[in-house]
Design a protein around this ligand. Structure first.
Ligand code: PRP
Ligand code: URA
Length: 209
């Protein structure tokens, strides 16, 4: 079964409080999501393999570590996932970026895929799928179905806020995928919104509504 990691770092929790705040406007919302994505990327890359190299310091030759050249791809779920991409690229600029476009049908709450474009070397890459919200879990589950259909194998899912209902669905659908979240909230409401959540992530990020 996939593991669920909650990043309770004080900086992440502090920034998340302002992301949740209804008084936070689009500009600050975007900046805060970007910053939290960077902080989460720091944690999520903890297990990247290293290889030892020799480096000449001004004093001597030292053995030291560099990243082992693992190929990564970040996959934002459109739209709101886009807001997390730059923050991750600050730490791993060599990562490729693919996109999966999904929207949640407001009546059925089921995800509808409208776009998918991944790096061509899918089978060689490790994937980090990003979306601020895991509510019913439908969008994340479908995005990862889409990746797996195209040959992706090693996948992590990262979001800001998750509902317990969505986490349970996700774990059943993708037991091989670990989930990394900043906060596990209380529940979903009757409209499929996370409570207390942050509202509609895409609308708050892009100023639509
Ligand atoms: C939001 C959010 C997730 C999805 C989560 O996207 O960004 O993708 O809902 O809900 P779920 O877990 O119940 O599927 P939305 O469908 O509102 O599309 P948008 O990002 O284009 O606004
Ligand atoms: N999508 C959002 O943007 N917010 C929620 O609370 C649930 C789904």
């Amino acid at each position: 079964m996939g593991k669920v990691y909650v990043f309770d770092h004080p900086l992440i929790q502090h920034k998340l409080t302002y992301i949740r705040d209804v008084k936070t406007g689009t500009k600050d919302f975007r900046e805060l999501v970007d910053e939290v994505a960077t902080l989460m990327a720091f944690e999520i890359t903890r297990d990247l393999p290293l290889e030892e190299v020799e480096v000449e310091t001004p004093v001597t030759i030292a053995k030291s570590n560099v990243l082992g050249g693992k190929k990564l791809a970040i996959i934002p779920i459109l739209r709101a996932g886009l807001g997390m991409v730059e923050g991750i690229l600050k730490l791993i600029p060599a990562a490729k970026v693919g996109h999966v476009g999904l929207y949640r049908d407001p009546e059925t709450l089921k995800p509808v895929e409208y776009y998918a474009k991944l790096p061509s070397d899918v089978e060689e890459r490790d994937f980090i799928v990003v979306d601020p919200m895991l509510a019913t879990g439908g969008s994340a589950i479908e995005a990862i179905n889409s990746l797996k259909k195209r040959g992706a194998k090693n996948i992590k899912f990262m979001c800001l806020i998750a509902a317990p209902e969505g986490v349970e669905e996700f774990k059943v659908a993708h037991p091989d995928v670990d989930i990394f979240i900043a906060a596990l909230d209380e529940k979903l409401n009757e409209k499929g919104y996370i409570v207390p959540g942050l509202g509609d992530a895409g609308d708050r990020m892009f100023g639509t509504k």
